[in-house]
Design a protein around this ligand. Sequence first.
Ligand SMILES: Nc1nc2c(ncn2[C@@H]2O[C@H](COP(=O)(O)OP(=O)(O)OP(=O)(O)O)[C@@H](O)[C@H]2O)c(=O)[nH]1
Length: 603
Amino acid sequence: MTDVPVSRIRNFCIIAHIDHGKSTLADRMLQMTETVAQRKMKEQFLDNMDLERERGITIKLQAARMNYRSKDGQEYVLNLIDTPGHVDFSYEVSRSLAACEGALLVVDSSQGVEAQTLANVYLALENNLEIIPILNKIDLPGSEPERVANEIEEVVGLDCTGIIKASAKAGIGVDEILESIVHLVPPPSDTVDKPLRALIFDSYYDPYRGVIVYFRVMDGTVKTGDRVRLMASGKEYEIDELGVLSPNQIQLDSLHAGEVGYFAAAIKAVEDARVGDTITLAEAPAKEPLPGYTEAKPMVFCGLFPTDADQYEDLREALNRLKLNDAALSYEPETSSAMGFGFRCGFLGLLHMEIVQERLEREYDLDLITTAPSVIYRVTTIDGEMTQVDNPSLLPPPQEREKVEEPYIEVEMITPETYVGTLMELCQSRRGVFKDMRYFTLSRTSLIYELPLAEVVTDFFDQLKSRSRGYASMEYQLIGYRENPLVKLDILVNGDSVDALAMIVHRDKAYYVGRALTEKLKELIPRHQFKVPIQAAIGSKVIASEHIPALRKDVLAKCYGGDISRKKKLLQKQAKGKKRMKAIGTVDVPQEAFMAVLKLDPQ
Ligand SMILES: Nc1nc2c(ncn2[C@@H]2O[C@H](COP(=O)(O)OP(=O)(O)OP(=O)(O)O)[C@@H](O)[C@H]2O)c(=O)[nH]1
C-alpha cells in the first residue's frame, strides 16, 4: 500500500456546520469505496466516542484512508481527515486543515451557511485549500438549492456554477463528490527526498501501547524502528508500530510524503505529542519545524470539589487519567474555606468543561460540585507587578491593585433577520460593542460584536439559541485584554463569605447581579431549622440581602410514625436530594446554587 505515488493521493477534510451531514457523508464514502464492509458499518464510523455520539457532535478528530478507482481507471488513495465541529476546538481544526490539500464544504440546502461553517472556511482559505462546495439534504422537501448556492457564492465567495447537489442519506451525488475530490483537490507536493517532517493532527492515549499519534507526512519518509524527535517538545522516541487508518489501524512498514497514518512509540501522555508539533528524524533532523504550532491554552476555569471529601484522591486520580488523553485540560489543587479540598481546572471553553465534568461523573463515578466558570483576569498591583487571576476569590483587594484587565472576544453571529433585534439586545446587556452588520440573501444577517469573554462563558450561547429559536449560530475568537472597572462580589451565607460563590463583575452591573443572585440563592438553598441570611457585598459594603425563613415542620411530621414504608421513602428522597449538597458552616448548599449565576434572568 505504501508504493502509492504521491500524484495519486488526495488529502481532504469536510467542513460543515453541526448537523449538516458531515458524518453521514463520511460514512457513505467509506461504504462506497468499500473501506468498511456494509455489515460492519456501525452507524457513523467517524465519531467513535460514546459521549460524542450521544451529544451528536464531533469532538476528537480521526482519519480514514480509502482506495478509490476513479472513472479514469486509476486507483487513488483518498485520506479523509475528520475535524471537530465546535469552536472550543478550533486550533485542532486548523491543524487538521493544515494536513490537507482540499476541503468539502457541506451545507444543508434547507438551512444555509452558518457562523461555524464560515469560520472554518476562512481557516481553510488561510491554509490554501481547494474548497469544493456541496449542497446536502436535497432530498428534503424544504431544500432550497438555488438560494443556498447563491448564499455560498455571496458569503463565501466561491463559484457555485455546477455545484454538487447531494443527499448523503439517500446516497445521491456521492459518486460525483468522490470524482471531484480526485479531479479538483491537488495532490500533495512530491517531497519524498527531503528530511522527514510530519504534522501531528491528533493523538489519543491507549493504555496498552501508549499514545497513538495521528500524523500527515509532509516531507520525507518515516519507518517502523525510526528514532524520531518532536521538534517543539524536543523529546525523542523510537517508533514501535506504524500504519494507516482504514479507519481501523492497519500496520505498515513505512509512510512517505503525502500519506496520513498513525504511530505508537511508548509515549506516556498526549501532552508529550501535542497537536501541531512536527515529527522529524533524530539522526537527520529537518532544519525548520512546520509552521503553525501553538500550545492550546485553557480559557475557562472552574473549581471541582468532591461532595464527599473522601473522594478527593479519586478525583485526583481521575483527572490524572483524563489528562493523559487531553493535553488542553489543566488542573491544580485548590483549597476553599467553604468547599474544602478540590481542584481548579482549566478548559478550552464551556463545551470542553462540560465534557470533562460529565466524564468524571459518568466514567469515574464521582459526585462533584462545580463552581461557576471564570476567565483569566490580568491584575496589575500598585507596585507594578502583573499577575493572572483565574479564581475570583483570589482577586487582590482594591487598595492593592492598579488595574484589572479582562479577555475580549470578537463574536460573529449569523441569524435570520427577525432575531437581529433580540440578539443585539443580548449583546448590549453583556457589555458588547457593536462592530458590523452584513446582510446575506433572503434575510439572513451576520452581526459582529466585541464582548468580554466573561459575559459569554456563562449562558450566552443558550440565550442566543433560545432567543433565535435555535436558528442563530455563533463563532468567536480572542482579540486581547482590556481594562475595565471590575470589582469582586462576595456572597455571604449565614454570615460566612463563601469563596466558591465569589465573582468578578463590572462595577455598573454589581448591584443588579448582587440582587438577582441573592434572590436566586434564596430559591435554591433549602430551608433549614433556622433563618438563613444571604447577602451580596463589595468589600465590607452589603449591596443586596435576602433571607430564607426557618422551617416549621420536619418532613416526617405528617407521618405520625404510622406508615413505615412511606417514612422510608421520604427519608430516601431526602438523602438523594442531599447527595449534591455541600455543607457550608451549618447550611447545606445544593450544586445548583454554585451555578446560580448562569441562571440569572437577563437584565
Ligand atoms: N434528509 C436528509 N438527512 C440527512 C442527510 N444527511 C444527513 N442527514 C441527517 O442529518 C442529521 C445530522 O447528520 P450528521 O451526519 O450526524 O451531521 P454532522 O454534520 O456529522 O453533525 P456533527 O457530527 O454533530 O458535526 C442526521 O439525523 C442525518 O441522518 C441528507 O442528505 N438528507
